[in-house]
Write a protein that binds this ligand. Structure first.
Ligand code: GRF
Length: 226
């Protein structure tokens, strides 16, 4: 096992992806030390989970700041103070200021419920259904100033079934998200992943031509033409 990677998790909602990370850690499948869970929502389930797990938690109220930039600078300062080596955005529903996040580029990832670059932003399941997609999925990517636009590290795919609705699709995909995120964080902890330059993801020392694919719980190189 490598030395545990100190992570901060940012979440606005229920925190099931945070729970997946903690479960993987508890099963000795993921060498992380969560040093902070922070939220913009006082009642986020993620904060409650953190408190129950004995992880330092932080609620910052955006209304107490003059603007987005001030909020983000305070948030990232506190994350820096926590000693985090990696920031994981797991359902953090805020757009981040480009200047504030810049020092963390290459050390901050986000999980997004679509096969990026498809469907950045909200309502991804609905949009996949409306487009008649045969396949849907989730992506983990490095965070840059462009919303849901940073280099994609890995994806998990599911088939869209004929009788799927937004809810069933989201539910089936969430199961995959809970495998994908720990797998990527684990690869980061093992130093198998890095961001080179602005947009090249390095995997085991060589550039990825396409996002990694999650297959049977393991990350594998994808084909370039997928
Ligand atoms: C997930 O679907 C994630 O992909 C998206 O927001 C949702 C968060 O769910 N960014 P949870 O709070 O981790 O349960």
């Amino acid at each position: 096992m490598p030395k545990p990677l100190r992570i901060a998790v940012l979440a606005s909602g229920r925190g099931s992806n945070l729970a997946a990370l903690l479960a993987a850690r508890d099963h000795h499948a993921l060498a992380i030390e969560p040093v902070l869970v922070a939220s913009d929502k006082a009642h986020a389930g993620a904060l409650q989970l953190a408190e129950a797990a004995g992880i330092p938690s932080l609620h910052l109220n955006p209304r107490r700041y003059d603007n987005r930039r001030d909020f983000d600078i305070d948030l990232f300062t506190r994350i820096g103070d926590s000693g985090a080596q990696l920031i994981v955005l797991a359902g953090f529903m805020r757009i981040l200021d480009g200047d504030a996040l810049r020092p963390w580029v290459g050390r901050m990832i986000n999980i997004h419920p679509s096969l990026l670059p498809k469907y950045r932003g909200l309502h991804t399941h609905r949009r996949a259904l409306e487009a008649g997609d045969a396949e849907h999925g989730a992506s983990v990517h490095y965070v840059t100033a462009e919303l849901d636009g940073g280099p994609v590290i890995a994806q998990a795919r599911i088939a869209v079934l004929p009788d799927d609705n937004e809810h069933t699709l989201a539910q089936r995909l969430l199961i995959q998200e809970h495998r994908l995120l720990p797998a990527v964080v684990s690869a980061l902890a093992e130093q198998r992943l890095a961001l080179a330059g602005a947009d090249t993801v390095m995997w085991d020392g060589t550039p990825l031509q396409a996002p990694l694919r999650l297959e049977d719980g393991l990350l594998e190189r994808g084909a370039r033409d997928e």
